[in-house]
Design a protein. Sequence first.
Length: 96
Amino acid sequence: MAELIPTNLVIADRTYRVRIQPKDEEIVRRTIKTVNDKLVEYKTQFAGKDIQDYIAMVLIWLATEQQGAGASPVQTEAFSEQLQSLERMIDEALEP
């Protein structure tokens, strides 16, 4: 197994320290940029109570995009696992 590299990811002005495989770094960073761009877009378009509302909207958008792209079931499952992992990290960070 490849050595994991520590990476700081910023989602919705929160920093998450995670370890990822070097081969995945570019796609993770691109995904994080897309998520943050969509968060800004949704914050300007829709009324929401807090950032979790917007994060939920972005997660739904990402999942829908993945399904619509004709992804294979294996890719969809892996993407779903990644989304669940991100959601767990966000929930843990938001807990008092």
